[in-house]
Design a binder for this molecule. Structure first.
Ligand code: BES
Ligand code: MN
Ligand code: ZN
Length: 500
């Protein structure tokens, strides 16, 4: 979508549809809303008094201004209560408006910058407005050959600001939103794509393309490299698949010699469960099991485009998890990178096995922090539902930062404890640990397993099993269409932008 920012007299703006945001429960109209209402001769006040429009968040009402302003349609959109106004409200209302525009097959629309007179900075407001619109209009149509039912693209959005001085910060907000939305679309596209299309090789190719375009280093470890390095987790999980595994490593250098932050992302391009095969119901959703890795590739793109003053390494172990005559089996003992051993109880607890190699490899960089993100456990969905990602850590400062980034980005996280007690559940008779520890506290037990591989480095684990794609229990959000959400990109970018 082409996006412009301009100021000027509202009544002169020629457009198919103009969107105007209203706060909830305000009967005394002020500012631009008052101005437009006066132009219309009191229509807005009328619909409020009639009770047809209250300003509740995401409520919409379409009016026809009858040539009193040059816009053909006026769409009122509720912003919720003024005291509860937030960037998340902007994203939400903006997404709702964009969907209404598309439903009417309009090629372009205009919108006032919702809450321009609020205390939120204009740059962030504009960024959130564009994010809401762009992300709501996202579609995954690559495999559709029939155009019927496929919505037409909205081509152009013009954002109107009241104060000329707000044009420059609003344009900065648009530019930042572009970077964020491009990355989220990349993440959604890769995550939505089926496993016969996005293979470990395909992920490596995308990482290389991103790296080349933005002058990042990118190295892909092949099976023979993994054999030499002793990455027994990734090798075992991949052994049932015809598709070769890849360990994708990207490097961004944005500052002189400071310890890097290492981002690790689980990329299982399909999780059948392996020999511990999953029930067939909803098994198709396991194409989304690469969402963590994909979020990391997309985040690296934003970091490089925004030239953040940090050093960042990305490590993405990528493979399928399949049953076959050559597949790894329950009872097998694996030797991970760095030498620790694990006993396989379930081949469906494969994520932690490939992450173990990646996390141990991450410690080679003497990192300032290690952050991993993974669709790791169904137990995390049981614990938190689909409204927050789970975090578990060995470092409370890091937790604080991630929680703040979650609030600011709208990609919320909730911390689960990681007491030593949980490690008791993965005690093995034959190896250093086993890969499952019963049903109790499953999300934490998985994190306890991971914690054995990060040494004493500050580390945080983000379990996105409930947030990576829309599923049973997901609430509808205007800017999150069905399927992959792209979760993690906004969270990690926010975290890294505020990193000190
Ligand atoms: N990829 C799954 C976790 C998952 C479940 C992601 C639901 C998204 C939605 C993971 O590899 C897995 O199978 N975990 C097992 C662990 C168990 C065997 C200890 C699980 O959650 O059942
Ligand atoms: Mn699994
Ligand atoms: Zn999995």
């Amino acid at each position: 979508m082409e996006i412009n920012v301009e100021s000027g007299r509202i009544e002169e703006k020629v457009t198919e549809l103009l969107a105007l945001g209203l706060f909830e429960g305000e009967t005394e109209l002020t500012g631009i809303v008052r101005y437009v209402d006066d132009l219309l001769g009191g229509t807005i006040i009328d619909v409020i008094k009639a009770g047809d429009f209250t300003g509740k968040l995401n409520q919409t009402l379409l009016l026809y201004p009858h040539n009193k302003i040059k816009s053909k349609r006026l769409l009122l959109v509720g912003l919720g209560r003024r005291e509860e106004y937030s960037l998340e409200a902007v994203r939400s209302a903006s997404g709702k408006v964009a969907l209404q525009v598309r439903d009417r097959s309009l090629p372009s629309y205009m919108t006032l910058l919702y809450g321009e007179d609020s205390s939120l900075p204009v740059e962030s407001l504009t960024q959130a407005l564009v994010e809401g619109g762009e992300l709501a209009l996202y579609t995954f149509t690559r495999f559709k050959t029939e155009t019927e039912g496929v919505p037409k693209d909205v081509k152009e959005l013009t954002i109107l600001v009241q104060k000329d001085g707000n044009i420059a910060p609003a344009r900065d907000g648009v530019a930042r939103a572009r970077v964020v939305c491009d990355a989220i679309k990349l993440a959604r596209d890769l995550s939505n794509a089926p496993s016969n299309d996005v293979t470990p090789q395909a992920l490596a190719d995308v990482a290389k393309m991103v790296a080349e375009r933005l002058s990042l280093k990118c190295e892909v470890l092949e099976r023979h490299d993994m054999e030499k390095l002793g990455m027994g987790g990734l090798l075992a999980v991949s052994s049932g698949s015809q598709k070769p595994p890849k360990m994708i490593i990207m490097e961004y250098k944005g500052t002189k010699d400071s310890p890097p932050i290492v981002l690790v992302g689980k990329a299982i391009t399909f999780d059948s469960g392996g020999i511990s095969i999953k029930p067939s119901e909803k098994m198709e959703d396991m194409k989304y099991d690469k969402s963590g890795g994909v979020a990391i590739i997309a985040t690296m793109q934003t970091v490089a485009e925004l030239r953040l003053p940090l050093n960042i390494i990305a490590i993405i172990p990528a493979t399928e998890n399949m049953p076959s005559g050559s597949a790894y089996k329950p009872g097998d003992v694996l030797r991970h990178y760095g030498g620790k051993t694990s006993e396989v109880i379930s081949t469906d607890a494969e994520g932690r096995l490939i992450l173990a190699d990646a996390l141990a490899y991450a410690t080679n960089y003497k990192p300032g922090a290690i952050i991993d993100i993974a669709t790791l456990t169904g137990a995390c969905v049981v614990a938190l539902g689909t409204h927050a990602s789970g975090i578990m850590t060995n470092n409370q400062d890091l937790a604080k930062k991630v929680i703040e980034a979650g609030e600011a980005s709208g990609e919320r996280v909730w911390q689960l404890p990681l007491w030593k007690d949980y490690s008791e559940q993965i005690r093995s008779e034959v190896a250093d640990m086993k890969n499952t520890g019963g049903r109790a506290g499953g999300a934490i037990v998985a994190a306890a397993f991971l914690s054995k591989f990060v040494g004493n480095y500050p580390w945080i684990h983000i379990d996105i099993a409930g947030t990576a794609y829309t599923q049973e229990g997901s609430i509808e959000r205007s800017y999150v269409p069905k399927g992959a959400t792209g979760v993690g990109v906004r969270l990690l970018l926010q975290l890294l932008r505020k990193w000190t």
